[in-house]
Design a protein around this ligand. Structure first.
Ligand SMILES: *Cc1c(COP(=O)(O)O)cnc(C)c1O
Length: 434
């Protein structure tokens, strides 16, 4: 038997996928060959970039040793930070397990570089949900607002373009830091390419050269050849349980950029006077290094999954953002499913494909901070990791699901096929389109 037939047999007999579902998915995949080649080329470029940084900094087995207590002279930690600085073309970096998540990394970057009386500006509209409390848009204990840091926001135009006139007006004496979110997150605006970030930063620096431009880089790492520092950003910030952790980092966040910005963040993370000198790595350095090493390939797999999903569901008549042909700038795929039944079926399919907890059924629940029930599918090795195959969406119109991740392309593909299988079984898709 040919390998193609053996694969088909696996899907049909072992996985329980219907032949029509499999054949349709297979046809869609065949049409994506050229796009996948382009993604592979970017992954190869980034693999070389990461490998060169590891080599230049003479990473050795000693770097994987655990430190404890204060963590003075932790060779692995200090070397890793230099590796990150090189990969992101930055002067310095802070990469720590003590940074608990992406929100923490962003809060740290903001709170350490802003002082009472300063103003923060978002020229790209509303930031990620969790940052509303960090900034104090929604009142919260310990927010920037409580410390006397004010906030201004300029929304994007309807079509996603920058409102340069309003941005210019919003920049004033007090403006100290500009925050630019690369990924659309859970909004419907387009994700920003590094090129568009460059255009925006150039404009802002033209008005106020000393303003700090920070990019929330979550979900964007290794999707393009360039990272935002190369586009003029002073700081990039992200989570290690997304792209740069490569699925292996069990925790952590990073801040890379100008030495002064990183230094401020280090003094805030640990303590004034101590900065980067303390912070035991407790034996997880190897996963940080190895995860970074794998990150370009893992990100490529997740991207292929997102494009595959867009093509499958667009053909079935659903609205997808980004659409089937669009160039990608992050790994998130939104599919507007239109009914709660479809949203639930989709998430059940993703869960069914998981390597961990595949036997559980996700249920909508009242998640804190949301005004509708939310359903989430995740069967991950690292809890909440969204570089691993995952999907979620609020149970309210238009019933959009946000899909991301997949540690390998094959697994992302299985997830999408399972999502479709669940819709198919319940007669929730137009089978004549398949
Ligand atoms: C995930 C994400 C965050 C927050 O990261 P957490 O690790 O969930 O705290 C912030 N901004 C964007 C754009 C994100 O995608």
């Amino acid at each position: 038997m040919r390998i193609d037939d053996k694969i088909k047999q696996q899907y049909l007999l072992n996985m329980g996928i219907d032949e029509q579902v499999y054949t349709f998915a297979r046809t869609v995949e065949t049409e994506l060959k050229q796009r996948f080649e382009e993604i592979d080329a970017i992954a190869e470029y980034n693999q070389l970039k990461v490998t060169a940084a590891l080599q230049k900094n003479r990473v050795s087995a000693e770097c994987f040793q655990a430190s404890s207590g204060y963590g003075y002279n932790d060779l692995g930690r200090d070397t890793l930070e230099q590796v990150y600085a090189d990969v992101f073309r930055a002067e310095d970096a802070l990469v720590r397990p003590q940074i608990t998540c992406g929100t923490h990394a962003l809060a740290l970057a903001l709170m350490s570089n802003l002082r009472p009386g300063d103003e923060l500006l978002s020229p790209v509209g509303k930031p990620y949900d969790t940052l509303e409390e960090v900034i104090g848009i929604r009142p919260s204990k310990g927010s920037l607002a409580e410390y006397g840091v004010t906030y201004r926001q300029v929304d994007l135009f309807e079509d996603g373009s920058f409102d340069f006139e309003k941005i210019k007006k919003a920049i004033c004496e007090k403006t100290k830091l500009v925050t630019i979110q690369r990924s659309k997150g859970y909004q419907t605006r387009p994700t920003l390419s590094v090129e568009r970030i460059e255009e925006l930063i150039t404009f802002i620096k033209g008005i106020k050269p000393d303003v700090i431009c920070m990019v929330d880089n979550c979900y964007g790492e290794f999707v393009e050849e360039r990272e935002p520092v190369e586009a003029g950003a002073d700081m990039v910030v992200g989570s290690l349980i997304k792209n740069p952790g490569g699925g292996l980092a069990p925790v952590g966040g990073y801040i890379a950029g100008k030495r002064k910005c990183v230094e401020n963040a280090a003094y805030r993370l640990t303590s004034p006077g101590l900065g980067k000198e303390v912070g035991a790595s407790l034996g997880i350095m190897q996963s940080f290094y190895q995860g970074l090493f794998l990150a370009p390939t893992v990100t490529a797999g997740a991207l292929k999954g997102a494009i595959f999903a867009a093509n499958i569901y667009e053909k079935l008549g659903f609205d997808v953002i980004p659409n089937a042909e669009e160039k990608r700038h992050d790994i998130i795929q939104a599919v507007t499913l239109g009914t709660p039944e479809r949203l639930i079926a989709f998430c059940e399919g993703i869960q069914r494909a998981a390597p961990v907890d595949s036997y559980v059924t996700p249920e909508p629940w009242d998640m804190p901070g949301y005004d509708a029930k939310v359903i989430m599918a995740a069967g991950a090795f690292v809890q909440g990791s969204s570089i691993e195959l995952s999907a979620d969406g609020p149970l309210k119109p238009p019933y959009a699901v946000y899909f991301q991740g997949g540690l390998t392309w094959y697994h992302a593909k299985l997830g999408i096929i399972w999502s479709l299988q669940k819709l198919y079984e319940r007669d929730l898709v137009d089978k004549t389109r398949m």
